[in-house]
Design a protein around this ligand. Structure first.
Ligand code: NI
Length: 169
C-alpha cells in the first residue's frame, strides 16, 4: 500500500469544495486504506481526501493511532446532525506545517455518514475524536485552520509558507 504525498498550503486542491463520495468501488476502498497508512506514517490523527489531492467527501480519523493502537474510522459523506456546547482546542494540520491555532469546536457531535460499503451509519464523538472529525470535515468545504486565525497570523503564515516552498528543490 503506497503512502500518498500530502498536499500543503497553498495547493489549490485544499480550497476546493468536495463532491459526494461514491461508496462500494475498489478504488475508494484502496484510497481509504492508503489514506489511513499515510495518516499513521505522518503521524496524524485525521486526514481528509483533499489533503491527498482528491476532491471527494471522505475523511479518516484514528485518535489512538499515534499511541501505537489502531481504531480507524472511515467516514464518507459525513454530516453533523447534533452538536453540544463548544470548547477551545489547540489544533494543527498536516497541510499547514508549523502552524497551530486555538479553535472553538463542539465538544460532542452526532454524525451521520456512510461506510465504504454504502451503509448509512451514525456515531457520537466526544472530545478529541469530535474535534478531529470537525477539523477534517472543514477540509471537505475547502476550509483550513488559517480561516480560524487572525488576519495578522494568516498573513505571517502565508509569507512563511512561501519561504518554505522556496527552499524545496
Ligand atoms: Ni487538517
Amino acid at each position: 500500500m503506497p503512502l500518498l504525498p500530502i498536499r500543503t498550503y497553498p495547493d489549490p486542491v485544499l480550497r476546493r469544495e468536495c463532491k459526494p463520495a461514491q461508496p462500494g468501488s475498489d478504488e475508494i476502498k484502496e484510497l481509504a486504506s492508503d489514506m489511513l497508512e499515510t495518516m499513521y506514517a505522518a503521524p496524524g490523527i485525521g486526514l481528509a481526501a483533499p489533503q491527498v489531492g482528491q476532491s471527494i467527501r471522505m475523511i479518516v480519523v484514528d485518535i489512538l493511532g499515534h499511541l501505537g493502537e489502531r481504531d480507524p474510522h472511515v467516514l464518507l459523506n459525513p454530516e453533523i446532525t447534533g452538536a453540544s456546547e463548544t470548547i477551545a482546542f489547540e489544533e494543527g494540520c498536516l497541510s499547514l506545517p508549523e502552524f497551530t491555532v486555538e479553535v472553538d469546536r463542539s465538544r460532542v457531535v452526532e454524525v451521520k455518514y456512510q461506510n465504504l460499503e454504502g451503509e448509512e451509519l451514525k456515531l457520537t464523538a466526544e472530545d478529541l475524536f469530535a474535534v478531529a472529525i470537525q477539523h477534517e470535515m472543514d477540509h471537505l468545504e475547502g476550509r483550513l485552520l488559517l480561516d480560524h486565525s487572525s488576519v495578522v497570523r494568516r498573513d505571517l503564515y502565508r509569507r512563511k509558507a512561501r519561504k518554505m516552498r522556496a527552499q524545496v528543490p
